[in-house]
Design a protein around this ligand. Sequence first.
Ligand SMILES: *Cc1c(COP(=O)(O)O)cnc(C)c1O
Length: 227
Amino acid sequence: MIGVTENLALISDLLHKSAIEAGRDPADVRLLAVSKKQPLVKIRDAAAAGQRHFGENFVQEGVDKIEALADLNLTWHFIGHLQSNKTRVVAEYFDWVHTIDKIKTARRLSGQRPARLPPLNVCLQVNVDDEDSKAGVAPAALPELAAACAELPNLRLRGLMCLPAIRTDIDEQRAPFAALRHLAEQLRSDGIDTDTLSMGMSADYRAAILEGATIVRIGTALFGARN
Ligand SMILES: *Cc1c(COP(=O)(O)O)cnc(C)c1O
């Protein structure tokens, strides 16, 4: 069986190649290792091979891992759906939250962020495909949410995130990622500058990088199937 260290080298190489293909600096594409439902030993292996950023979807599982791996000084991203009654622990333990789609959640996170910590980095999740079943702010409501979040003292608005419907054709995969990039460009022209596009997973990272992803979130291709 191929281990995490080998997978990490392979994926880093693929991300690098996609960035070059896109005419971009490979240093501008960060791998977020999605470690949900993966054992601690695999996270330690990835960290030993140089991986610093990890993503978790479930609050309690994430907090348990952050505590168990505190010696490694990793950077933790919350990428799951966040219920408003769970914001306090997320504000206390995580470095990033990618899935904000309501001002209420953002206000709670800002209010609950401990003063000893730097501002919490946040991305706004956008429902780019306008799917009823999906979380995320509607594109039309994004400017208002972004403006409100940018005012919150203990949050740092870093950018946008999306989780599009699954598509297999690369050109079809690119469309929602291009839409997210355009939304970020619109925010910029409204005076809200961001530096992050969190988009692309194991199956569509190449399309995402071609459209400007700065964080790609990869789980199974790195760690293998989840438990
Ligand atoms: C699970 C998950 C991923 C990783 O998915 P893989 O297909 O395992 O690469 C990325 N982003 C989000 C939001 C996820 O929930």
